[in-house]
Design a binder for this molecule. Sequence first.
Ligand code: MG
Length: 249
Amino acid sequence: MLIQKIIFPALLFVLAYGLNAQQKDIKLPPEATEVWEPQPRIVTSGKTMNTPPSDAIVLFDGKNTDAWSKLNGDAIEWTIEGDALVVKPGSGDIMTRRKFSDFQLHIEFRTPAVVDGEGQGRGNSGVFLQRRYEVQVLDNYENKTYSNGQAGSLYKQTPPLVNASRQPGTWQTYDIIYTAPVFNKDGLKTRSAYVTVLHNGVIVQHHTEIKGTTEYIGWPKNIAHGPDGIQLQDHGNLTAFKNIWIREM
Ligand code: MG
């Protein structure tokens, strides 16, 4: 009798209350999980995917080479042809005068239409992030080379996920998202740099850990450094660049 009249209903009540409490959580108003402040800053996108957004720092738009210097600080010798900046073989790498840490970089490149050479000898150049970490530029259209030296590779470290190369003589794009490494006061690396690369809009590096400096021979090194420039490689080929812009993060 006691069980039927008091304990059983009490148990039912407790069970029902518990269920109801769970349902209350589920029935939160949608506004409860909306985040309104702060709002992301408005940036006007370019007219096409390739033109710089409103807050970009334009590094080259065909007008002048003011943003660039030789590695010793002198004016560069690479030539402007139309809206393109063309490597002058033998004149050396160039770098931005401005230094960067974390950024989004857009750069377009064109390897020579007339193919001569093979492997690493075809349209070779490179985009060095913070002047140390090379995203390889190469004519890899029907041109076999080591996978971790291909266009879109993190040179000698990580091959691209796919080969998104266009034919030689046609313009191609890199969109590079980069976060700089962190070093402690003793000069030890406490966080690696990471890079994401889209080649012609196709992801080829997905949050790839950068193990250290790009070395042609030997292993990556990790020597403490601060913000540094974007460096473009003179590898002896007439590779051209255009429409270069960067957004600091
Ligand atoms: Mg290179």
